[in-house]
Write a protein that binds this ligand. Structure first.
Ligand SMILES: C[S@@+](CC[C@H](N)C(=O)[O-])C[C@H]1O[C@@H](n2cnc3c(N)ncnc32)[C@H](O)[C@@H]1O
Length: 246
């Protein structure tokens, strides 16, 4: 099966577990004061659905067309409305954009729409040699070393996408919100990484919250723990919320 298609099938399983654990409800609560949300990487749409259910209007960007199709069909099946950016009349619940945020002129897609916050939740992607070849130059230009990229391509990519999310948010002078999945709480006293983003992009405040949850591995997108693929059905994780504000 096509790697992209397999990823969409697996992420749908993983994401349904987050949805039924009320994890997305908790994520939405972290940003409830912001009405229109630019969602970077909507996956199969469970996060988008939760945002719409909580009263947000959502602009969702996704580069994997199989994920996007699933997200559209989920939104439709729950009785909500969506448009693609090109034909959007602005009175729908979701505007979808099929695009890669790493593309040179990505921001031009956003010139005609307004939004109040950028979110990047649970960054991830399918991974393949083609992907590796395509993003390698961008990751090197961002400042990672060849060694770092080779040893841990997925987390190198994740770090780059979080940085890009800040860049996009700052271009519009808006807050940015991350959800990071890991095994440890993220707290201000022990967080060099998000603090470095706050400083680099000159945000004035950083706010943290954490939630214990579980994530599907076998049957969903396989999780890697200490460089080993995990074959458990699900494993305990911590969801960390990091909000950077102007
Ligand atoms: C792990 S899923 C998370 C989906 C959703 N945010 C959630 O929490 O359920 C990450 C999604 O981001 C998409 N993605 C990754 N890199 C992207 C990029 N450069 N541009 C657009 N979408 C991207 C992937 O295709 C994938 O569907």
């Amino acid at each position: 099966m096509d790697e992209k298609k397999r990823y969409a099938e697996q992420w749908e399983e993983s994401s349904q577990l987050f949805y039924s654990n009320n994890d997305y409800f908790w994520m939405c609560n972290q940003i409830k004061q912001y009405h229109i949300v630019l969602e970077i990487g909507c996956g199969t749409g469970q996060s988008t659905l939760a945002l719409v259910e909580q009263g947000h209007k959502v602009i969702s960007v996704e580069k994997n067309q199989y994920c996007l199709e699933k997200a559209q069909s989920l939104i439709r099946s729950k009785g909500y409305t969506y448009e693609m950016l090109e034909g959007s009349k602005n009175d729908c619940n979701v505007i979808f954009i099929l695009a890669d945020i790493c593309d040179e002129n990505f921001s031009s897609n956003l010139s005609t729409i307004a939004f109040d916050i950028v979110v990047c939740w649970n960054v991830g992607t399918y991974w393949s040699q083609d992907m590796f070849d395509y993003y390698r130059e961008k990751l090197l230009k961002y400042g990672l070393t060849w060694q770092q990229i080779k040893e841990n391509p997925e987390s190198s990519y994740g770090e780059f996408i979080q940085w890009k999310s800040c860049e996009i948010a700052k271009e519009f002078n808006l807050p940015v919100h991350f959800i990071d999945r890991g095994s440890m709480l993220i707290i201000e006293e022990d967080d060099p990484y998000f603090i470095s983003l706050k400083d680099e992009f000159k945000y004035s405040k950083i706010k943290y919250d954490n939630k214990k949850s579980s994530s599907m591995s076998l049957g969903g997108v396989p999780l890697t723990v200490e460089q080993q693929v995990c074959f458990e059905k699900s494993i305990d994780i911590v969801l960390a919320s990091i909000l950077l504000t102007i």
